[in-house]
Design a protein around this ligand. Structure first.
Ligand SMILES: [Zn+2]
Ligand SMILES: [Zn+2]
Length: 98
């Protein structure tokens, strides 16, 4: 899968990262004030993390879900970087495989 079209979006809480999801939502994740990752898990099952250590935070999150849920999809996982507020931020994503 190609990297989703991540882009910066400004919110009431500051600049976050979103992408065109394909559902009506605008899934937006913001790093915390200390730079640690924030995430959004969209209604359609796609999840992304933004912030320092986004990839490992995503992997722990998925491992925890897999351990605690009966029906958890397989995910396509990737990571990239997006410049937010002049600084590159780690972005990690996991989209359910069709
Ligand atoms: Zn949605
Ligand atoms: Zn969605």
């Amino acid at each position: 899968m190609a990297t989703p079209d991540f882009r910066v979006i400004s919110t009431d809480d500051g600049d976050g990262v979103t992408y065109t999801c394909g559902c009506p939502c605008v899934p937006t994740a913001l790093p915390a004030a200390d730079g640690s990752p924030g995430h959004e898990h969209c209604c359609c099952g796609k999840v992304h993390f933004v912030g320092a250590g986004a990839r490992s935070a995503l992997e722990s999150y998925l491992a925890e879900r897999k351990a605690s849920r009966k029906r958890e999809p397989e995910y396509e996982v990737g990571a990239t970087a997006v410049t937010v507020g002049g600084a590159p931020r780690e972005v990690a994503w996991a989209f359910p495989k069709e």
